[in-house]
Design a protein around this ligand. Structure first.
Ligand SMILES: Cc1ncc(C[n+]2csc(CCOP(=O)(O)OP(=O)(O)O)c2C)c(N)n1
Ligand SMILES: CC(=O)[C@@H](O)[C@H](O)COP(=O)(O)O
Ligand SMILES: [Mg+2]
Length: 647
């Protein structure tokens, strides 16, 4: 039996000797490589927090003490030590989540994978503990150097200071990388601190000395420390950031020396006010294929050969990201005004290809989507045309900036939203399902949803040609599918993909839902129901021809890979009513609920976003309701139709 097999919860760690702790760390790493190489997941980040997580659970008493993991992708070790030793179902339908999940364990606190929120969580939890007579409970936030580049962390730090007695420990898990090396002044500060040996030895000895004197010593130490930081900062040329924020700082400590981390955490735990512990770690630690991976040190891997690290998932089909990446380079070669912006995801969004070709025209702003959007408005003001490439779920972060900085000023900024729609294994906070609903309320915005790679190329070119309004292009995760040629294109750019003599059903499909729409049309035709399929290409504003066409049909059915509430279907409904067209409308889309992790196919099946479900329901609506012909249609469909439909 391995040591890891004896760990059923954090308290089982207490009796382990230093040698056993080292053995446990080895076993955890071996298990992570063996298991995650099969399931895929965040192998690199978790290999980097083995000793750190062991130390956290030895020093603090979860769940009485709250442990918050920023972004949560580095919580596999935490799961292993809190009673979930079998990670074989990781990120699969019905299996373990790839992030903390309260339904799995009382030890899990924050489920969102959106970065830079942990310090705000910790600030709130520690205030609540103190205000409810639970001031002896500790809160620990584990935040990466990448997450520290997100604005929320600085809003939280501004509220966290050591002039209070809250038991809050912030562990900076500093491996120097997000995917790529972390950018900006923060990264330079952390790098300077972790590489200054004089600071390191002097700091550890002095803080130990004063801590022995108890709280008066600590107060005195704080005074000295502030002076020390100030003194050293003159030499180092770096403002000692945290002391100027008036928060005690301990470190840097070797994040792979479990004993040293424990010592630092015990010191922090006993301090009686917020403390920052700066741990230096290495992403991919202990696994050569990850350590030497220059791209992102195995930040997120698919199935790999555990021996070599080679990917076992080879696909010859181009990815949506790849098509975008290549076309952007081509456009940038023709248009010197084009610049790219990424929020610490250069390679995942495909901007690395433009960066390779035009290094001075691509900016990595860190995990800072809000800043990215407003900086883009500034770039546009200066005469450039920025292309901001983010995952669809992360544009949520920058809604106000898109609205009040980009759109209000009619700035020509193009937002490219990758991973739009149901993504799958990364769970509820990673599905890109809200962008259509939240962005379509932005005055003047134009949103395109390419149905295939040909339209992606076409619509990207159209988007970057717009210099007086925000434009948005959204496409899904993974490889591009079938190309769907149009039967004909209407004057305002709407593509007719299939046309029926009988004007029963008009299917308006958003993006790659075109494939599902065409299959639904075939199924309806087999029932004797005439179905026409159109792809607006640009879905916001709704093209006039969609409104005009709708008047000829008995029912309009919109199909979108986004939440139904506030989606394109509701926009169509509103536009029809405003135009006096009273054709019945049914919106097919995702429910307004958080969708658990799983395969994309499983999730779409579960919510009924499949040709079978849709055809069945539309058939029932048309045959069952005896809908009057569109010209004098007025009756809504019967109440109680299936959940996907809103009439
Ligand atoms: C708001 C937001 N933007 C982008 C991402 C994508 N993302 C996931 S992990 C990661 C890098 C995190 O770096 P760091 O905080 O240093 O953690 P590490 O992986 O190094 O442990 C990014 C950019 C995200 N989760 N949230
Ligand atoms: C945690 C995070 O936000 C990303 O690392 C995400 O897991 C990557 O998702 P993709 O695999 O779709 O790039
Ligand atoms: Mg990092």
């Amino acid at each position: 039996m391995t040591l890891l097999e004896t760990i059923s919860g954090p308290r089982d760690l207490d009796a382990l000797s230093p040698e056993q702790l080292e053995q446990l760390a080895r076993e955890v790493r071996e298990y992570l490589v063996a298991s995650v190489s099969k399931t895929g997941g965040h192998l690199g980040p978790n290999l980097g927090v083995v000793e750190l997580t062991i130390a956290i659970h030895r020093v603090f008493d979860s769940p009485r003490d709250a442990i918050v993991f920023d972004t949560g992708h580095q919580s596999y070790v935490h799961k292993l030590l809190t009673g979930r030793r079998d990670l074989s179902s990781l990120r699969t339908t019905g299996g373990l989540a790839g992030y903390p999940q309260r339904s799995e364990s009382v030890h899990d606190v924050v489920e969102s994978s959106h970065a830079s929120s942990s310090l705000s969580w910790a600030d709130g939890i520690s205030k609540a503990f103190e205000m409810t007579g639970q001031g002896d409970r500790h809160v620990v936030a584990v935040v990466g150097d990448g997450a520290l580049t997100g604005g929320m962390t600085w809003e939280a730090l501004n509220n966290i200071s050591d002039d209070n007695t809250r038991n809050l420990v912030v562990i900076v898990n500093d491996n120097g990388r997000s995917y790529a090396p972390t950018i900006g002044g923060m990264a330079r500060f952390l790098s300077s601190v972790r590489t200054r040996p004089s600071y390191r030895s002097l700091h550890e000895s002095s803080s130990r000395a004063f801590d022995k004197l108890g709280s008066p010593g600590r107060a005195f130490y704080r005074g000295v420390r502030g002076g020390l930081h100030g003194f050293l900062s003159r030499f180092s040329g770096n403002e000692a950031l945290y002391s100027n924020l008036d928060i005690k700082y301990i470190g840097p400590v070797d994040g792979h020396d479990e004993h040293a981390v424990e010592a630092a955490l015990r010191q922090a735990k006993s301090y009686g006010a917020p403390v920052i512990v700066h741990a230096i770690t290495e992403k991919g630690r202990g696994y050569e294929p990850a350590r030497r991976d220059a791209a992102d040190q195995f930040h997120a891997v698919g199935q790999i050969d555990p021996e070599t690290g080679e990917s076992l998932e080879t696909s010859s089909a181009p990815s949506w990201t790849g098509v975008f990446a290549d076309e952007l380079v081509s456009l940038a070669e023709q248009n010197p005004r084009l610049v790219g912006i990424t929020a610490a995801m250069l390679r995942p969004t495909g901007l690395h290809r433009m960066a390779e070709r035009f290094p001075s025209r691509v900016f990595d702003v860190g995990i800072a989507e809000q800043h990215a959007a407003t900086s883009a408005a500034g770039l546009a003001f200066g005469g450039l045309h920025p292309v901001v490439a983010v995952y669809a779920t992360f544009i949520n972060r920058a809604f106000d900036q898109v609205l009040m900085d980009v759109a209000l000023h009619k700035a020509g900024v193009t937002f490219v939203l990758d991973r739009a729609g149901v993504t799958g294994p990364d769970g509820p906070s990673h599905h890109g399902v809200w962008d259509l609903s939240i962005l379509q309320v932005v005055p003047g915005i134009r949103i395109a949803a390419p149905r295939d790679s040909v339209r992606l190329v076409e619509e990207l070119g159209e988007a970057v040609a717009v210099d007086d309004a925000p434009t948005v292009l959204r496409f899904p995760k993974g490889t591009v599918g079938t190309e769907y040629d149009a039967v004909r294109r209407l004057d305002d750019g709407v593509d007719v993909l299939a046309e029926s003599e009988r004007k029963d059903v008009l299917l308006v499909t958003v993006g790659p839902m075109a494939g599902i729409g065409l299959e639904v049309a075939q199924r309806l035709e087999a029932q004797g129901i005439g179905a026409t399929v159109v792809d607006p290409r640009w879905v916001v504003p709704v093209p006039r021809s969609v409104v005009d066409l709708s008047a000829e049909y008995r029912i309009v059915v919109s199909i979108e890979d986004g939440i139904r509430v506030g989606g394109i279907g509701t926009r169509i409904r509103q536009d029809l009513r405003e135009a006096g067209v009273d054709t019945a409308v049914t919106e097919i889309g995702l429910p307004d609920e958080f969708l658990d992790h799983g395969s994309r196919g499983d999730i779409l099946e579960r919510v009924g976003l499949t040709p079978q479900h849709i055809a069945r329901d539309v058939t029932a609506m048309v045959l069952g309701s005896k809908l009057p012909h569109a010209r004098n249609a007025g009756a809504d469909l019967p109440a109680g139709s299936s959940p996907q439909q809103r009439v």
